[in-house]
Design a protein around this ligand. Structure first.
Ligand code: ADP
Ligand code: MG
Length: 262
């Protein structure tokens, strides 16, 4: 089998010191393969976000290894890690983290600005990403002028702007109503299924978890179980039916820039 895109070995995260010490991750060893969709599920406080932050190189483990494409990340210089994170990963968070003082387009193109891409090129690619998410007409809006679902679509456009290999999503549907959640789930899973993007999603949402190929079940800082296989629709929590039996539009999201992946 190919080298996993992400691998951990005996990953430990301890917060605080002395009597206030808290062992958030207690030695996790697993791999995520390229093009896979993996849900990290478990109760609040079980360590899901901590694990995602370590995998996404947003934080460092207390001990243990995170390897990206077989390379232990601890052996890389901080500048290289930042560049790798910006080039390789896209992020979607429950809280959106959109800058309210900037337009939707400025928010979406932020990763390109960080990467030093010139303005005209940034805007061109940003408009392309927004078009893919049917948000082009909102490009000049302030990020605060959007509905929850539109905000999350803007975040997904931002996550995709650098053609990431891996998209990390932490409770991406946590602030959305069920109909909007379903649209966002379909967009994320479509990226994985049709464009080979590796999807790592932290979620309480059983429906979203069920749509992923693998579920890692966390409890008290450990992976206590693992389920594989996409679950049949509706196996998770029941959703409200669409009004008047209206069917959802099918979305096709095309890869940006680069040609076919892998
Ligand atoms: N910066 C921190 N300092 C101290 N404890 C933390 C910190 N971040 C998370 N924790 C604790 O670690 C545990 C796991 O947190 P987290 O990974 O956010 O869980 P989850 O995402 O599953 O809800 C929780 O008990 C939380 O209180
Ligand atoms: Mg969390």
């Amino acid at each position: 089998m190919s080298t996993p895109v992400l691998e951990t070995e005996n990953l430990v995260k301890v917060y605080g010191r002395g009597p206030a010490q808290f062992h958030a991750l207690k030695g996790l060893t697993f791999g995520i393969h390229r093009g896979e969709s993996v849900a990290i599920v478990g109760k609040s406080g079980s360590g899901k976000s901590t694990l995602m932050h370590l995998l996404a190189l947003l934080d460092e483990p207390t001990s243990g290894v995170v390897a990206l494409d077989g390379r232990p990340v601890s052996k890389l210089k901080p500048k290289v890690v930042s560049a790798l994170r910006n080039e390789t990963f896209g992020f979607v968070f429950q809280q959106f983290f959109l800058n309210p003082h900037q337009t939707v387009l400025e928010n979406v193109t932020l990763p390109l600005k960080i990467a030093g891409v010139p303005r005209a090129e940034r805007d061109r690619r940003g408009m392309g990403a927004l078009e893919q998410l049917e948000m082009a007409d909102k490009a000049k809006n302030r990020a605060t002028d959007l509905s929850g679902g539109q905000k999350q679509r803007a975040c997904i456009a931002r996550a995709l702007i650098n053609n990431p290999d891996v998209v990390f999503a932490d409770e991406p549907t946590g602030n959305l109503d069920s109909a909007t959640s379903e649209t966002v789930e379909d967009i994320l899973l479509n990226l994985q299924r049709e464009h080979g993007i590796t999807l790592v999603v932290v979620t309480h949402d059983e429906d979203l978890a069920g749509k992923c190929q693998r579920r890692l079940i966390m409890q008290d800082g450990q992976i206590v179980d693992e389920h594989t296989g996409v679950l049949p629709a509706g196996a998770g929590r029941q959703r409200r039916a669409a009004p008047h039996g209206a069917s959802r539009p099918r979305r096709r999201i095309l890869p940006f820039g680069r040609g076919a992946r892998r």
